[in-house]
Design a binder for this molecule. Structure first.
Ligand SMILES: Cc1cc2nc3c(=O)[nH]c(=O)nc-3n(C[C@H](O)[C@H](O)[C@H](O)COP(=O)(O)OP(=O)(O)OC[C@H]3O[C@@H](n4cnc5c(N)ncnc54)[C@H](O)[C@@H]3O)c2cc1C
Length: 391
């Protein structure tokens, strides 16, 4: 085990941190107030970030990405957690690794423009009747001659208003259950593909969460991503790393930032003639937050190391999804408590962090779903799953 951070890694993280502090953080409050990130500002931060090589860093260099290892991806994703969802998307890109399954003409049409930032992709799996139960979708793609005909709908699709195309799951063989689901690449503007309402949400201001409607949308085999019938298998194999990055690492980053703000406040705020940080009950909250963040970060790095070593730490990713998001939930809840009325007021961003944090326990598999995965893995594989020496 080697926990030394290389010079290159330190430089990378400092560049990302500096970019967030100088270019993105000053935009946060206006987005919160207006719910909008103006197009010209979005373009400007994208161009600046791309010039620094900070766009699509998770994608291998052979496709024009930054070629970061899993561990390095987690290091920068933790920094991304210091700003808001919409700014991360515009500045650094959400280039989903599922697009690495593109083949032949799909590479030029969907993968490469995404890595360059010329086209933006959203993931569209969830439907009103099928959230946690991803195999329970009703959207149907029927083969008719050499075409596929898509009918159905999706909802809550993040960044759908800005996206140029979508990765959509659909049932291709109803008789085969979860083995009868495939993934399709669907361009906005395809006849029969209509955008519905933008669902208002508790937080994540500036990001859209759209309904999508498919009415006899005609697709060809070029739209099929991966192998027919293996859509869910593909999702499971690639989305784990997304969860680790976009939920666990970002949660740990957000929790770290909130703890620092809370420490600053606990030093400054005086009650009963002394800084509130001198009260043991406040100290306990601060210590608990620090312990939980530290444990989650070590676990994150171990998990990323395992991915880089070629292992498939699926159960550990579920652990991190829950550990990261729930740590953030507790840290930000304690922050509101320590800030008192100021924590609840809109004069400070603490209440925004509190609202934004809540979704991390729900999307990309709710805590209950991941606890189920962990428990089933334990019952099947034994405690040695998390014990390098064996039980
Ligand atoms: C802000 C936001 C952004 C989103 N972005 C996207 C996106 O970009 N693309 C996309 O496809 N989807 C997206 N989603 C959808 C998201 O992934 C789902 O909301 C999530 O998977 C939960 O599904 P659900 O809302 O239908 O809840 P349900 O599945 O109905 O779950 C409700 C409750 O029941 C519990 N539950 C369900 N099944 C079990 C079980 N087997 N055991 C124990 N408890 C269970 C859940 O844990 C949860 O507590 C987004 C949602 C939100 C709110």
């Amino acid at each position: 085990m080697d926990f030394e951070i290389t010079h290159e890694q330190r430089m990378l993280v400092e560049t990302v941190r500096g970019f967030i502090k100088d270019e993105l953080a000053p935009l946060e409050q206006e987005i919160e107030e207006t719910g909008q990130l103006p197009d010209e500002i979005a373009r400007s931060i994208f161009e600046k970030s791309r010039a620094l090589g900070l766009y699509g860093m998770n994608i291998p260099e052979e496709f024009g990405g930054g070629g970061l290892s899993a561990l390095e991806t987690m290091m920068v994703e933790e920094q991304f957690g210091h700003t808001t969802d919409i700014l991360i998307r515009r500045a650094f890109g959400n280039v989903y690794e599922v697009l690495l399954s593109c083949e032949g003409p799909q590479v030029e049409r969907w993968l490469l423009p995404s890595v360059r930032g010329d086209r933006v992709c959203s993931i569209a799996f969830t439907e009103p009747g099928a959230g946690s139960d991803a195999a329970g979708i009703r959207t149907r793609a029927e083969r008719k001659g050499d075409k596929w005909v898509l009918n159905g709908m999706k909802h809550y699709i993040s960044d759908g208003a800005f996206a140029d195309f979508f990765v959509v799951t659909a049932v291709t063989d109803p008789a085969k259950g979860h083995r009868g689901i495939s993934m399709f690449l669907l361009d906005k503007g395809t006849p029969g593909f209509n955008i519905g309402r933008d669902q208002p949400m508790m937080g994540l201001r500036g990001t859209s969460h759209l309904d999508l409607h498919f009415d006899d949308v005609e697709l060809t085999d070029e739209n099929l991503l991966g192998t027919e019938g293996e859509g869910l298998k593909l999702a499971l194999s690639v989305l784990g790393r997304v969860r680790l990055a976009q939920v666990a690492a970002r949660s740990i980053g957000k929790a770290t930032k909130v703890l620092q703000m809370t420490l600053d406040y606990a030093r400054e705020r005086v009650q009963f003639g002394q800084p509130i940080g001198e009260f043991q009950m406040v100290q306990q909250m601060l210590a608990d937050s620090a312990m939980e963040i530290s444990a989650a970060r070590s676990a994150l790095w171990q998990c990323a190391w395992e991915i880089d070593a070629g292992l498939d730490p699926r159960a550990r990713i579920s652990v991190l999804k829950v550990q990261g998001s729930e740590t953030l939930g507790r840290v930000v809840d304690r922050a509101v408590q320590i800030f008192g009325g100021m924590g609840y007021s809109k004069d400070l961003p603490i209440e925004r962090y509190y609202r934004d944090a809540r979704i991390y326990r729900i999307f990309d598999g709710a805590s209950e779903i991941h606890r189920g995965v962990i428990a089933k893995s334990l019952l099947k594989g034994g405690a040695q799953l998390f014990d390098p020496w064996g039980a």
